[in-house]
Structures are given as C-alpha cells and as structure tokens.
Write a protein that binds this ligand. Structure first.
Ligand code: C2E
Ligand code: CA
Ligand code: CA
Length: 934
C-alpha cells in the first residue's frame, strides 16, 4: 500500500495525473451512458451504439492511462515506441467493444458480469502494452503480486460497473456505475504502476538519443491526447444526451398513442402492405376475445382470421375475405360493412387503405345502436299504424310554407284523392280558390293565435268527394325555438253520420217501400191540420183507401209483385192527390187528407180520381193485374171532431164499400159505425168460441156418378150465441188475419180425423187447409202426429189446398207437399179455375184430385163459357190421369152434364148438404153415433 502511495505521489507529475483523472471520469461516464443507449437500441442501431461505446470508452481509458503515464518519471522516460502505443489503443478499443457487446445482450445470467470482466481484462492488457512502449535508460522489474492485484481490481470493478449500469439508466445508478468503472481504470493503473520498479542501465541510456525519443515534450503530448480524448468523449456525451431525449420523447409519444389507441371505443388494427399486423388496440382483442399472444405486431391477416375462426368470431371463407379486402385496398376504396356475429352482436367493420398497400381497419360494435334503431323503427311503424287506423283524417302541414307533409288513410278517403298527389302541395293546389282562401285564413289565424282552434260541423268542398260536412280541430306543433313548426289538423268527416241521421229521421216518418209518409207522419199531419181547421172553422175530408184483391195478388204472384204493385199504385195515387196529403198506413191501406176546397164536393172529386186508378190495368213485372180501389170518406166536423173518430168512421165507410161490391167510394153514415163494431167483436169472439164449444164440424158427402158415397168434406161451422150460424166465408178470413187459424185448423184436423177413424166404413175425409197453416209451423209433423193419435189410415185423409199455397214460395211448398205425400195422405187441388189458375201448377206436383170450383157448375146452364171450361178441365184431368170432382152440384141436369163428360166425382146439395155427422150415421156406419145421439 505504501509502495502504491509512494509511486503515485513521488513518481508522478500531479498536473498530468489530475488531467488523467478528468479523462478517466469522463470516459467512465461516457462508457455508462453509451452502454445504456446500446441496451435500449435495437438492430443496427444497437450495433452502432456498441461500436461507439467500445471505441469511445477504449479511447478514453487509453487516453487516461497515457496521460498519467506521461507524467510518470518524466526525468527518466526518454521516449515511446509508437507502434506499441497504437497497439495498446487498439487493444483497449477492441476488448471494450467485445466486452460491452457481450454484456448488452443478456441472453444468460453470466453474460453481464462476463462482459464487464472482459472490459476489465482489456484495460489491464492495454495498460501493460502502453507501459511496454516506454523507452527507458534501464530495465523494468515488476512485482507480480501487484500486477495480479491490478488485473483483479480491473476485472472486478469493471464487472460490477456493468452490472450496476445494467440495472437502470437513471442518474443515481448511472453515477454509481460511472464511479465503479472509473475505479476499475484508476485502481488498475495505480496498482499496475506501483508494481513497476525502474533499474537504471547506463549502457542502454547511451543508445537513446533525445531527439529520436520524443517529438514533443511529454506535457504537450499529454495535454494533446487528453484534449482530443475529452473532445471525442464530449461529442459522445452530446450524442448520448440527444439520443436519450429523442428516445424519451419517442417513448412519451408512443405512450400517448397507446393510451389513445387503448381508450378507443372501436377496435382498431393497422396492417402493412404485406398484410402483417402493425398495431392493434386492446378493444379489438376484447371485442373478439382474442389472445394477445397470437394477435401481435407481425402476425399476418390470415393467422388472425384463423385465430378468430377458432375462437368463434369469424365464419366463412378467409380466402374470399382476404381477396375482397385486398381488392378494395388496391382500388383505394374505403369499404364499410356490418357483420352479424354468431352471438348476435353486430359489428361495423371499416377498412381504409393507406399509402404503401397497408390499411387501417376499425371495428365498431353497433349492436346497441342497431337495437335502438330497430326499436325506433318499430315505434315509428307502430305510430304509423295508429295514425293510419285513426278513423279521422289527420293532416300535417309545414308551418313555414303550409305545404302538406303527412296525410293518413282517412285523410285520403276524405279528400278523395291519392295522398301522393297532395304531399308537398298547398291548399291552393288542391282545393277550389274560395275553399283554399278560407282554409288559408284559418291556418294564419292558428299561427297567430298559437293555441288550438275548433271548428264545429261545417260544409267543405273536397277535391274528390264533393261537399262533406266536417268538424275540424287544428293545433300548432311547436319546434325547439318555441315557434310553430307544424300545423296539425284532425278532420272528423260527419257527412255519413249526418246523412244517416237524416235518413233515420226520414224513415221514422216514411214508409220504406213506397217512400210515402207513414201512419206516424199522417197522425202528426192530421192533428196539425185539424187544429188549423178548428181555428179557421173550415171543413176537411179524410179518405181511407183500400186495394181490392191485393191479398190475392200477393198470394198468387208473390210478394215481389205485390210490392211493385204498391209502388206503382203510390205514384198514381200521389198524382191523383193534387195537394191532398197522402200516406200509407200499412199493407194495402192508404189515407188521404184533404184540407182545401168545399166539402163534400172536393172529396167526391178526389174519390172519383182515386177509384178511377183502380179501374185501370196495372202492368207489373210482366203481369197484367186487375185490382180495384175502395174508398171510405169521413168529413170534419160532421162525422167527428177528433182524428181517431174521423179515421174510424172513414174506415167504417170503407168496410161498407167493400161489402157492397168494391171498386167505389162511400161517405160515412152513422149506422156504419155499428157494423164495424160488430166485425171487430166477431174477431174478438172467435178466440173464445172454440173453448165454449161453439165451433163444430159439418160433413158434406162426395159421391161417384152413380151416387155411391166415397167420402166427406169437413166444413167448419160457428154457432154464435146471438148471431146464429156464421158462415166460414165470413170468419175464416178473420181467423187468417189474426193468426187464430193455426189453432182452429189444428182443432178441425184432429176433430175430423178422430171422427173418420170411428166410422165402420173406410170412407175418406177431406180437410181444407189455409195457406197460413202451410206457411207456419211443421204441418207434416202435425198431420203425422194426428194420424198416429187418432189411428186414421193415412190414405183415408185428403187435404184440400188452393193455388195460393203454391204461389207464395213454390220450392218450400213443394217440399212440404212431398213430405205430406210420403205420409200416405192424398192431396187435392181445390177451387180450380178461379183466381190465377196455372196449368204449370198441376205439373209441379202430382195431385191426387182436382176440384172444379162450384161457380162454374152453378153457371153451367146460364153461361156456355162455364160448360166449355168444365169440359176442358175434365179433359185435362183425363190427360194427366187426375180424377176431377165437380163441386156445388145442385140439379139433375148438372149431374147429367157431368156424367156425359165422365167427371169422376160430384159434391153438392144434390148429393147431400154439409150437416153434423149424425145425419150421415147410417152411411158411415158410425158405432158411436147411436151412443152420442142418445
Ligand atoms: P170450399 O172448400 O169450396 O167448400 C165448399 C163450399 O161450398 C162450402 O161452403 C159448402 O157449403 C158449399 N157448397 C157445397 N155444395 C153446395 C151446393 O150444391 N150449392 C152451394 N151453393 N154451395 C155448396 P162453406 O161451408 O160456407 O165454406 C166456404 C169456404 O170456407 C170453403 O169453400 C172453404 O174454402 C172454407 N172452409 C170451410 N171449412 C173450412 C175449414 O175447416 N178449414 C178451412 N181452412 N177452410 C174452410
Ligand atoms: Ca174445400
Ligand atoms: Ca171448393
């Protein structure tokens, strides 16, 4: 140690030693700094930095040694061997470069200290080579132990310095590494120089000539070397600092970029022209659940797609995908498309080409946006549907130019114009000038008022639907600025409702068939007119009008013809009324109210005109109809002072007209009242008559030409307690009108069948059926039940029907007749030849018998036409294999005529009158007859 201190203080020029120390520290600092740069650099940069580190450090270490050496024993050193000096410099540079290169690549744990050791060993080797270059007047002896120590110190400190530098590049660690490296240089030099002992040799001194030895003084040389080394090192230092700053800035920039990239809501990847990933953010990996180990810079698009396919976020052909992508990149097109993933997410991928063949892809998860868009769309559709379904017209106009923006379906119907032709237009383009002005004025009023306006029912002329009655509500819809943006109108088209109301009002007072005022309207008018007549003390006439034979027309030709007849008749009556109020009171009943003119003269004229209408023929639906009109007249105030009495009396007069031959008119006379009351009483009594046992069945025989009785026709009789025997011709129509015929008919049927069943001889019984019985209820069912009940053989029962049954509803009538026939009963066509007999009726159904009406028989002698008709009917029956029965045979002459014509059967007073069955007890062999009469 003493040796070391002596060598340092006594043998060295302290100024050069100081310079050497400065160079040493600088060299150490540069070595650590440049080494740090080399460690962070990559590729070629790294090699350059290693080269610079090695060369600069080597030069610095060498310069520090040489400067110190130049200050050593300057009195004895005469020169230097230049080649060896250069060799030592090269040695320092090469070993330092090699050592740092090894240390900066820490592939194994030992590489760092080993690299440092190589540097240390290099320093020692350089030191010895430099010492060797000294030209001395003597020899040098070295103490080997110190040499060993110097080498060891260099190796240990250099290795430690490299280890320290390796840890990090911040200032404290840099200072520690610098100090350690400086110590490696200094301690090696100090120990190395202390190991040297100079032994003067005069012989060797003589060989040395001062001019050859040194071309400059050692001081100058030392300063020059120190200066150059310092300059080089300083330059390196500048480079180190610059690089450090550059790298720091770059790192900072990269960091910012990373933060920006990783905080993007979109996934992003950038590819180079060779389809290799340059950069991608975390969001991208998260979006598809990808591994950062696979998806990292340098991996190819194909590898990425394979990874995505494996993790389930890509399906389809990678080849096609890549081909399409490259195609758009080559064309410089930015392509964007939405991809639906298997998990339901929707990702919008946008590929934007970059110069150099690369591209940037952004992946945006638009699932929520899509969902929101869909929800919005659904809401829109829902609202559209609501608006379209609203039965009121909804119209929206733009508040700025008052052009139509929206019109719903009801609006289209209201305008009577396709909305496509209206959208974008103003009211001026759509409505007539006057209407448009009104609407415009209302729109302006609304814009000024800013509050909803309501316009109650008012007419408006629409472009396509004529004048409509509407109620309108208008309101402004405000924009963000609080000013009206749209004008909303809701138009309620009440035209149909109004029309319906008017129609209902009309219907309440009019008859649907003829459109004449009805009974209610007549009563109203009657009361009103009576009131006026009472005030003005004037008379007025009420005429009740009834159509003769209307029921027959209805029965024979059906209701359609009947209705058409009533319509034609109404028109003619209307024309004949000449100012009198005409109404239809129901069915074929009409009434006229005549308030003008002197009475009864005016009523006579009116009645004449009306009756004349009935005398004309009516051509209805191809039928020539002959009806007749009967009129009854009552005059105010003579025949009554209130409407009810006047109408009743006019009706009584009408009834009398009809009873006395129809087709005329009659004024009311006080005794008519009494008769009408009687008729009403008759209808009323009929109901109770059956219960009281006043109704009886009489039987009239039917016989062959040889007077052999074949059966009986059941004919109903009413034994009235006060009025005596009443003919069925009088009460049957009343029973048909009131519907009582159903009950009465059933009773007659049951009574006749029970009676016939009790006869010993199997004679037939014929029962008359009313068309009303045919139309209502289950007739075949009833007859079947009655037959079972009474035990009468079906072939003994004969049902007599008139043509009216067939004409009403032929298919239904035929079906009922067939079912009756299936029961085994016989069907006879009654009253043939009267009314509207039609031969086709005989063909339509296989009747068992035709009964020629008795009017033809009674006229046989007086009217030759009747004989012709009877003859023709008998011939017809023969042709159709139908037996013909002649009714009403009263004389032998008539019987003889019928016998000559081979009529099958006869019925009439000549054979037997309708009588209670007791009168025919013998004929029928009635067992119960004796008991009953007893
Ligand atoms: P109708 O079916 O043509 O009945 C025959 C009518 O001619 C009967 O009149 C009968 O008394 C009458 N008569 C029979 N022979 C002669 C004769 O030689 N000379 C004259 N002058 N008359 C004769 P009636 O009993 O007054 O019946 C009138 C009509 O009333 C019947 O005509 C029939 O249409 C209907 N009627 C009678 N009884 C019933 C019934 O039980 N049910 C239904 N629905 N109608 C009935
Ligand atoms: Ca009959
Ligand atoms: Ca008859």
């Amino acid at each position: 140690m003493l040796r070391v201190l002596t060598s340092l203080s006594a043998e060295h020029d302290w100024r050069l030693l100081a310079l050497a120390t400065v160079v040493c520290i600088l060299a150490s600092f540069v070595a650590v700094g440049v080494f740090h740069r080399a460690c962070v650099a990559k590729g070629t940069d790294r090699t350059v930095w290693i080269g610079v580190a090695g060369t600069a450090t080597g030069c610095g270490v060498w310069a520090a040694h040489v400067v110190a050496l130049l200050g050593w024993q300057s009195d004895i050193v005469v020169g230097y061997e230049p080649m060896l000096l250069v060799l030592s410099l090269a040695l320092a540079a090469v070993t330092t470069t090699a050592g740092l290169a090894c240390a900066s690549r820490p592939s194994a744990a030992w590489a760092v200290p080993s690299g440092g050791a190589v540097v240390g060993a290099g320093i020692a080797a350089m030191d010895m080579t430099a010492a060797w270059s000294l030209d001395l007047p003597g020899t040098i002896a070295r103490s080997l132990d110190l040499v060993a120590i110097s080498v060891a110190l260099a190796v240990i400190f250099a290795a430690t310095a490299v280890l320290a530098a390796m840890r990090d590049d911040r200032l404290p660690q840099t200072v520690v590494a610098t100090v350690l490296f400086a110590l490696a240089i200094a301690l090696q030099y100090i120990t190395g120089i202390a190991a040297v002992t100079f032994v003067r040799d005069p012989a060797r001194a003589l060989d040395l000539t001062p001019p050859d030895a040194l071309f400059a003084s050692p001081h100058v040389l030392a300063v020059a070397i120190g200066g150059v080394a310092t300059a080089i090192l300083a330059m390196c230092l500048v480079a180190v600092v610059a690089d450090r700053r550059l790298r720091a800035a770059y790192r900072q920039h990269n960091h910012q970029l990373d933060v920006a990239l990783n905080n993007m809501s979109q996934g992003l990847c950038m590819f180079d022209g060779l389809q290799r990933l340059v950069v991608c953010n975390r969001r991208y990996l998260q979006m598809y659940g990808l591994s950062a180990d696979v998806v990292k810079p340098g991996c190819t698009l194909r590898e990425m797609l394979a990874h995505r396919a494996a993790t389930g976020s890509f399906s389809g052909s990678a080849d096609t995908y890549i081909a399409d992508l490259l195609d758009s990149v080559a064309q410089g097109r930015t392509v964007s498309r939405a991809v639906e993933l298997d998990d339901g997410r929707v990702v919008e991928v946008m590929n934007s080409p970059m110069p150099g063949g690369g591209w940037v892809a952004t992946h945006d998860d638009i699932t929520e946006r899509r969902r929101a868009e869909k929800a919005l769309e659904q809401t829109r559709i829902f609202l559209d549907t609501v608006i379209e379904s609203v039965p009121a017209a909804i119209l929206v106009k733009d508040a700025r130019d008052l052009r139509y923006m929206l019109i719903n379906k009801a609006g289209e119907d209201y305008f009577g114009m396709p909305r496509a032709e209206m959208i974008g237009k103003t009211v001026r383009d759509v409505f007539s000038a006057a209407t448009a002005e009104t609407i415009m004025a209302n729109d302006r009023k609304l814009l000024e008022a800013g509050t909803p306006l309501f316009f109650d029912e008012h007419p408006i002329e629409t472009p396509g639907c004529g004048v409509r009655i509407v109620a309108t509500t208008r309101r402004p819809v405000l924009g963000d600025d609080g000013k009206p943006r749209y004008l909303l109108s809701v138009v309620q088209d009440v035209t149909d409702r109004k029309r319906a109301e008017a129609r209902i009002a009309h219907m309440a007072h009019h008859d649907a068939l003829t459109d004449l005022p009805n009974r209610a309207a007549f009563n109203e008018c009657f009361d009103h007119t009576l009131g006026q007549a009472a005030k003005s003390k004037e008379s007025l006439a009420v005429l009740c009008v009834d159509v003769d034979r209307f029921k027959e027309v209805n029965d024979v030709f059906g209701h359609a013809v009947g209705d058409a007849l009533l319509r034609t008749l109404s028109e003619r009556l209307g024309a004949a009324a000449e100012g009198a109020f005409l109404a239809r009171l129901g069915g074929d009943e009409f009434a006229l109210l005549q308030a003008d003119g002197p009475q009864p003269a005016s009523a006579v004229q009116l009645a004449d005109r009306v009756v004349a209408i009935g005398a004309d023929e009516f051509d209805v639906q191809g039928h020539r109809l002959k009806i007749g009109i009967s009129v009854g007249i009552a005059v105010y105030p003579n025949d009554g002072t209130d409407a009810a009495a006047l109408l009743a009396n006019a009706n009584a007069a009408l009834y009398r007209t009809k009873a006395a031959g129809r087709g005329s008119y009659r004024f009311f006379e006080p005794d008519m009242d009494q008769r009408l009351r009687e008729r009403r009483a008759l209808v009323h009594d009929l109901g109770a008559a059956l219960g009281r046992g006043e109704i009886a069945v009489y039987y009239q025989p039917l016989a062959r030409l040889d007077c052999e009785i074949t059966g009986f026709e059941a004919l109903v009789r009413w034994q009235h307690p006060t009025r005596g025997m009443i003919s069925p011709g009088e009460f049957i129509p009343a029973a048909e009108e009131s519907g009582f015929i159903l009950e009465l008919g059933e009773w007659i049927l049951r009574e006749s069948c029970r009676e016939a069943a009790s006869w010993l001889r199997p004679l037939r019984v014929a029962v008359n059926l009313s068309p009303v019985q045919f139309r209502h209820g289950d007739l075949p069912g009833l007859i079947h039940a009655v037959l079972l009940e009474t035990g009468l053989a079906p072939n003994r029962l004969e049902l007599e029907i008139t043509e009216g049954v067939l004409i009403d509803d032929l298919p239904r009538a035929l079906s009922t007749l067939r079912r009756l026939k299936l029961l085994g009963v016989r069907i006879a066509m009654d009253d043939f030849g009267t009314g509207y007999s039609s031969l086709s009726n005989l063909q339509a159904f296989p009747f068992d018998k035709i009964k020629v009406d008795r009017s033809f028989i009674s006229n046989l002698e007086s009217n030759p036409q009747s004989a012709t008709i009877v003859r023709a009917v008998i011939a017809l029956g023969r042709g159709l294999a139908l037996p013909v029965v002649a009714e009403g045979v009263e004389t032998k002459e008539q019987l003889a005529f019928l016998a000559a014509e081979s009529c099958a059967e006869v019925q009439g007073y000549l054979i037997g009158k309708p009588l209670p069955i007791g009168a025919y007890a013998k004929t029928v062999g009635r067992r119960a007859a004796a008991a009953r009469s007893a």
